[in-house]
Design a protein around this ligand. Sequence first.
Ligand code: ZN
Ligand code: ZN
Length: 414
Amino acid sequence: MTSAAARAALELTDGLPVSALEDFYRDLHRHPELAFEEHRTAAKLTERLAGAGFETAKGIGGTGVAGVLRNGEGPTVLLRADMDALPVTEQTGLAYASGTPGVMHACGHDMHVTWLAGAAAALAAGRDAWSGTLLVVGQPAEESGKGAAAMVTDGLYDRFPRPDVLLGQHVAPGPAGLYAHVPGLIMSATTDVDIVVHGRGGHGSRPETTVDPVVTAAYIVTRLQTVVSREIAPRESTVLTVGRIEAGTASNIIPATARISLNLRTQSEAVRDRMLAAIRRIAEGECHAAGCPRGPEVTLGNSFPATVNDAETDHRVAGVHREVFGEATVFDPGPAMGSEDFSQLAEGKLPYAYWFVTSTPAAVWDEAPGEDLMTKFDAVPSNHSPLFAPDLSVVAPGVRTLVSGALAYLAPAN
Ligand code: ZN
Ligand code: ZN
């Protein structure tokens, strides 16, 4: 026996304008825009929301969009799509590949906008089947981790009703048509850290007159490898990657400074704080050991909080997805080391569910080397790859996931 929410979702998405939505997706894919520059994308989304009967506003937190549909008594449900693209040169060779040099929708946010527009239209057209308030959000700048917070700071919830529950989804590698739900931690926290080592520059032939920051930076990078392996409990999933090291201008000049940039992934605040303390200690210790004229500057850059689904909310949404798509299509992959700023829209307290929709085209998946799921998963193009290309077959299902998720809260219970 299916729930009222699942029945209503199937009915409302029965006649989805799939080819028009595919056209919309291809248009967005052809016109990617970087974080906080999503002017065209925001305008296209706003136009669709207004056309469906939503009261809309643009320019929230920079380029953010929101639309509200008040439809009687009931909870307020927020549906979110992020809108920004990445500084990646597309190599998919698709007919609808990016027309903007060096910019690509390599994370699939164009698909998210398409899903949101489709779901907003379907729910608006079928408003007799539910009651409550629907708030849809086109969020800028997910990739820099700043867009969600910018919208909240700019008064999103002063201008629009504060939601009772938030729903978001992301395309991911995997055979198209699966729905990854985790009733708890699903995405890790991340923090960028910059370290500047201050040495004393001089002639390459006279090291005795200098403090060489290159050697000190090398020791720091090497010693940082012990943070995860020697200071953090093996049960914790953490990553510390030094992604950049920069110093000097010529082979016979000892430079005055060296710069190290690294990125942390953690699954709790406590572990993050512990790693940051270790990083500071190691940087200071190595600079002291080298006799640097002053201590290192350690500064924190972009950071994303962990994404932790409310278990009850995730169970409810996963349940309706099982009804709509079939029991075997919903699975729990456990937490990922990637990061998201979606939880900032929940202001640290509102319950939310965030899930993945797998989108690798069947032919690409079948041809990937390996027999088991994980080997293939590691072989197919992932988000941020210049070859990442979600299959168009996921356009309609991604609309249905949002519609059924919203109706799990908005449809009359029976
Ligand atoms: Zn991304
Ligand atoms: Zn993304």
